[in-house]
Design a protein around this ligand. Structure first.
Ligand code: PLP
Length: 424
């Protein structure tokens, strides 16, 4: 905190550009924390909020319902194969907490009371609340709370750039899969396996190898363990498909969405389940099978209205096809980025790129600075007119999904300049 003695105050934003109070324009390379879809001030989304705000701003989903929330639930179920019902919240971490509670309570509701353990992937990230920290445990973020976190079983993940000595990439994938299978076959108390869908994003852009997620989903079925997928950062197009789990051919029991659901304009989370899971929560009142969970802004009509408009725009503009085409611009920069002295690895899928910075390409030792690398890159990026955020030694490029080829090219060329000028 001590390093941050000044903050640029953003006073307006249009398209891919943020404008601060001094009139500086910054290209939004972070999609305003990975959630912006169409750019800023998109008239259709702004109008959806205005229109809804004139009718009903907020009521409650406790005992009541509202039209935008009902419609959104229908829309979400329609685009989520295998899913049947929606439980709303107001951010991604809460959507994951709800997913864990539903998974654990499912076994309780069905009389299998001994299934209480959660297995997850090392290096995963599921949010900053306590349950999310316990399951998505990234030591450098959360080690100060370790003692207070409930225990989970963590399985290693194949990171192509950092495969342990003695393994090929493929061997190590098999090793991780076998670990999961061994764990499941030796322990019948496992309730759920939790993972991000398609890639670990906050963990440093670790893109899952082909078939990895599918294999996990099959093992879950085989051993009667619920598969909980976190699509909060990857759902709705980030990796080039609308819903990652369909591309990965791995239908979960529970899935969570957030970030891009509202186009990045308002706050909302959703946890979807299959019919089997939903039905287990039905019973006589005194059976107490219902989920004791609810937030004040659950099913907020403004958030739901803008989400419905957002989903409509995906179809109208064929956004997923556009992302697949635009994201090819990333590929044109692979060589240019890789040849920079402090770049160890470049990983990209769809509209997501992670650039891993190292002291030395051979030893792969991460670059280190006494000052925050994030601050250093942010300041340097500003000089080049871009808004950048790094996570540890990874420069993250996460632009709004509808960015044009020209603007993506600009973001990449300015990122190259930024990294080079930090290097010198
Ligand atoms: C995969 C994943 N899950 C959960 C979250 C938490 O979402 P929120 O920040 O809305 O609580 C994030 C946020 O970055 C995320 O990337």
């Amino acid at each position: 905190m001590k390093e941050w003695d000044f903050f640029n105050e953003i006073i307006k934003a249009k398209g891919m550009w943020l404008t601060d109070s001094n009139g500086n324009n910054l290209l939004d390379g972070v999609a305003s924390m990975w959630c912006n879809v169409w750019g800023h001030s998109k008239p259709e989304l702004v109008n959806a909020i205005i229109k809804q705000s004139k009718k009903l701003q907020h009521t409650s989903l406790f005992n009541l319902t509202n039209e935008p929330a009902e419609k959104l639930a229908e829309n979400l179920v329609k685009i989520s194969p295998g899913m049947h019902r929606v439980f709303y919240s107001d951010n991604g971490s809460s959507a994951m907490e709800i997913a864990f509670k539903i998974a654990l309570q499912y076994w309780n509701n069905t009389g299998v009371k001994e299934k209480t353990k959660i297995v997850a992937l090392e290096n995963g990230y599921h949010g900053d609340t306590f349950g999310a920290m316990a399951v998505g445990y990234i030591p450098k973020f959360f080690d100060k709370f370790k003692k207070q976190l409930f225990s989970t079983i963590q399985i290693p993940v194949p990171n192509k750039y950092r495969i342990p000595k003695g393994y090929t990439y493929l061997d190590y994938q098999n090793f991780c899969i076998e670990k999961i299978e061994n764990q499941f076959s030796n322990d019948d108390k496992i309730a759920a396996f939790v993972m991000e869908s398609g890639a670990q994003v906050a963990g440093g852009v670790i893109i899952f190898p082909k078939g990895f997620q599918r294999k996990i989903s099959k093992i879950c079925k085989k051993y009667n363990v619920l598969l909980v997928l976190d699509e909060i950062a990857t759902g709705f197009g980030r990796l080039g498909s609308m819903i990652q789990y369909t591309e990965q051919n791995s239908i979960p029991d529970i899935v969570a969405y957030g970030k891009m659901m509202t186009g990045g304009y308002l706050t909302m989370g959703a946890t979807l389940t299959t019919k089997k899971i939903y039905d287990s929560f039905l019973g006589e009142f005194n059976d107490s099978k219902h989920l004791f969970h609810g937030h004040t802004f659950t099913g907020n009509p403004l958030s739901a209205a803008v989400s419905n408009e957002n989903l409509k725009l995906y179809q109208k503009n064929n956004l997923i096809k556009k992302i697949q085409k635009t994201s090819k611009v990333f590929e044109e920069y692979f060589d240019k980025i890789t040849e920079i002295e402090i770049v160890g690895d470049v990983r990209q899928k769809g509209m997501l790129m992670g650039i891993e910075l190292v002291k030395d390409k051979k030893t792969k030792v991460p670059i280190y600075s006494k000052k925050s690398l994030n601050k250093i890159f942010f300041e340097e990026g500003k000089k080049h007119g871009i808004y950048l955020r790094t996570l540890g030694n990874i420069v993250m490029l996460v632009p709004p999904l509808a960015i044009s080829e020209e603007e993506l090219d600009l973001l990449l060329s300015r990122t190259v300049k930024t990294i080079k000028s930090v290097q010198t």
